[in-house]
Ligand binder design. Structure first.
Ligand code: P6P
Length: 338
């Protein structure tokens, strides 16, 4: 009977979010409505990405497809979909997208109390070779009732109410935290619903995988070089770690979350602040890692304590299994003392 119950008791993301909402009796459901619009955006992008493989037949971006329409680049299309979905939710007031130089301030009539920062299609350079890509998002509450300003999104990551990503790969997986743990949902295309498939994700305390672009090794600083050296030639008698680097943050982070290990995008001589963006890459992934029992470090401080000054600011990042990140924190602390 219990197996049947499991099969028929479908926990969709909508039900899950409403369950969360019921823990906040004072809630008017605004947050649930906002999340449902983000989920809608993910469903749309999932179908568009899956069709992208056919884009070659329909004319690549920049050319016209069989209908003679201009084939939009998928990241531009995804951005438009999320902006429209978020504005139409009536629950947002400021939107920051990787695709837009300036923040979007929602018109007064459609304004709500949430600020959403997002990368609509991270890793999109990987689309043509079929590597998994994804949407990454984070949600802040506006600071207080005054006219929204950029200060409402230039908040430290620890102030986020929720964060998540949707990975478009062999299946469409949405990983979400609203501040009490991490849960993973998989899209059932026949139902058009995200079903809870990974309840209460916890990252292993220590992992056997390190994930970094070794091609940048020439430019790394001392602590990063030492850490990676230790991964390859351990001095404590343990076996070397495996290297797994997909080059799509959502895919590398998802593997790290499920299997354990560490993902690094360090600063280097060419990019003193690394490459990944604070608001909509570093913060959401750091939020998820901490909620799953891992941690996230910039080389100088806890990533979620960083206070951004610009909406497209970058930061170095070391995130993943708690013990693995501890190792690199020790190496940076030792350098501080020298
Ligand atoms: P590199 C993809 O372009 C991206 O923004 C992230 O998804 C990914 O982790 C990173 O850049 C890869 O960068 O320099 O190793 O190619």
């Amino acid at each position: 009977h219990s197996a049947d119950a499991h099969r028929t008791d479908l926990m969709t993301i909508t039900r899950f979010v409403l369950n969360e909402q019921s823990k906040h009796p004072e809630s008017r459901g605004d947050f649930s409505i906002l999340l449902s619009h983000i989920v809608l955006g993910c469903k749309f992008v999932c179908t568009a990405v899956n069709k992208a493989g056919l884009a070659k037949l329909l004319g690549l971006a920049g050319e016209t497809n069989v209908q003679g329409e201009d084939q939009k680049k998928l990241d531009v299309l995804s951005n438009e979909v999320f902006i429209k979905a978020l504005v139409s939710s009536g629950r947002t007031c400021i939107l920051v997208s990787e695709e837009d130089e300036e923040a979007t301030f929602v018109e007064r009539a459609k304004r709500g109390k949430y600020c959403v920062v997002f990368d609509p299609l991270d890793g999109s350079s990987n689309i043509d070779c079929g590597v998994s890509i994804g949407t990454i998002f984070g949600i802040y509450m506006i600071k207080d009732g005054h006219e929204p300003t950029l200060d409402d999104v230039l908040q430290p990551g620890k102030n986020m109410l929720a964060a998540g990503y949707c990975m478009y790969g062999s299946s469409c997986t949405l990983v979400l935290s609203t501040g009490s743990g991490v849960n993973g949902f998989t899209l059932d295309p026949s139902l058009g619903e995200f079903i809870l498939t990974h309840p209460d994700i916890k990252i292993p305390k220590k992992g056997k995988i390190y994930s970094v672009n070794e091609g940048n090794a020439k430019n790394w600083d001392g602590p990063t070089s030492k850490y990676v050296q230790n991964c390859k030639y351990p001095t404590d008698g343990s076996s070397p770690k495996s290297l797994r680097y997909i080059g799509s943050m959502v895919a590398d982070v998802h593997r790290t979350l499920l299997y354990g290990g560490i993902f690094l995008y360090p600063a280097d001589k060419k990019s003193p602040n690394g490459k990944l963006r604070v608001l909509y890459e570093v913060f959401p992934m750091s939020f998820l890692m901490e909620q799953a029992g891992g941690q996230s470090f910039t080389g100088k401080q806890r990533a979620l304590d960083l206070v951004p000054t610009k909406i497209h600011e970058r930061a170095p990042i070391f995130l993943g299994s708690y013990d693995d990140v501890e190792e690199i924190k020790k190496l940076y602390a030792a350098e501080e003392q020298n």
